[in-house]
Design a protein around this ligand. Structure first.
Ligand code: GLA
Length: 382
């Protein structure tokens, strides 16, 4: 038996060797070329600061504008001269907003004298780095020079005021034509109390017409740029419904393309229910939603005392950011852009608002040194 097995084994080995050994007259066989495409390995999303420092991807890569929404930040012109901020913006942003320099007080401080140099600097930086620019804002009751509302010693008439407004909008929109993809045409016109519209110079002199005429002038100046109405407390049900009413009126005349929800929120509010109800209601008009000024205060109440950035504060901020970004992702088909009102904790208007001093705030995903916080790792972990 043993001999039979040995014989079979020998025959098998001889057969194998003779088959595998090329003979002189065998054709030369070139090994097939592997045509499988080279797949770049998926970079693991960092979970620690050490890992963050090893990769170059940022928010704009995790939330690609085409799949999710553009990621924006609001800046002053000095940011484009600051190497740390430049590196940060190139890594994380796909959209930029001028924090102040496109506002009326900066672009037409005296009648007919337009000053665009500061905004142009930001726009040039954005263009050089493939970052889109949101225009903010054409008509607002704040940061508008006083000459706009007077005529000599008298208050300006409605007709003259509307003419000044049209002239301003036309000049500014024309100047940035092709460089700005969306404009906040009117900012904060809706009242927080019992009235529909806020009592401002604009409303008191022109009534609702200033809003409609502003959108008409912007549409006429650049039919291709997207036009937005922008406001705060946009998830508050009463205010939401008033904003909706205005948007509906504008939409029926094809004057509006989107709503800017500022997103000056805090670690407790708004609730998921109020946010989704607002998303649903606005988007039912077939318009785009941009979150235009996101920052998450660690102080839900004006009376909250100063806190240090303890692990408890960090936990609350992380939970809130996770909640908000989970909703943004769920509504990615309705949301075109999420812009932070700043970049990192070293620069935020919340240091002096609504409490004017003595309260440090920590509203962003990055600390004062541009180092990512736990909230950052949580937001990109999906
Ligand atoms: C509002 C305006 C912004 C900015 C913030 C405060 O939300 O829309 O332009 O002025 O207030 O920084």
């Amino acid at each position: 038996m043993k001999n039979v097995f040995s014989t079979i084994l020998v025959i098998f080995i001889i057969g194998f060797v003779s088959c595998s050994k090329p003979k002189a007259d065998d054709p030369i066989i070139t090994p097939p070329v592997d045509t499988t495409p080279v797949v770049t390995p998926v970079v693991t999303r960092p979970k620690t600061i050490a890992d963050y420092n090893k990769v170059s991807d940022g928010l704009k890569d995790y939330f690609k504008g085409t799949d999710y929404f553009y990621i924006g930040g609001a800046i002053e012109p000095a940011s484009v001269d600051n190497p740390t901020e430049v590196t940060f913006m190139k890594r994380h942003l796909s959209s930029l907003t001028c924090e102040n320099v496109m506002k009326w007080s900066n672009t037409e401080p005296t009648q007919g004298n337009f000053t665009f140099a500061s905004a142009d600097k930001i726009v040039a930086f954005a263009q050089a780095n493939g970052i889109k620019v949101r225009g903010h804002c054409l008509v607002w009751h704040n940061q508008v020079p006083s000459w706009v509302f007077v005529d000599g010693a008298n208050a300006v008439t409605k007709d003259v005021l509307l003419e000044r407004m049209r002239a301003h909008i036309t000049a500014v929109v024309n100047h940035f034509k092709g460089k700005v993809y969306a404009w906040d045409v009117v900012n904060e016109a809706i009242d927080d109390g019992g009235s529909t519209y806020k009592s401002t110079n604009w409303y008191n002199i022109c009534g609702e017409d200033f809003i409609i005429e502003a959108f008409k002038a912007a549409r006429l100046a650049d039919p291709d740029v997207k036009l937005f109405y922008n406001d705060y407390s946009e998830t508050n049900p009463t205010k939401r419904d008033k904003i909706y009413g205005l948007l509906q009126k504008l939409k029926s005349q094809n004057l509006v393309d989107g709503v800017g929800m500022q997103g000056h929120w805090n670690v407790d509010a708004p609730s998921n229910a109020d946010i989704t109800a607002a998303f649903d209601k606005y988007s039912s008009l077939g318009i785009d939603i941009h979150v235009t000024e996101l920052d998450v205060s660690v102080y839900p109440n004006n009376s909250d005392p100063q806190v240090a950035y303890t692990s408890d504060t960090e936990q609350k901020l992380t939970t809130a950011y996770s909640r908000y970004f989970t909703l943004f992702r769920q509504y990615k088909d309705k949301i075109g852009c999420v812009t932070f009102w700043g970049l990192a904790d070293n620069h935020t208007w919340l240091t002096t608002f609504p409490v004017t001093s003595g309260r440090t705030n920590y509203p962003f995903l990055f600390d004062t040194q541009y180092v990512p916080k736990q909230a950052y790792f949580k937001v990109i972990d999906f």
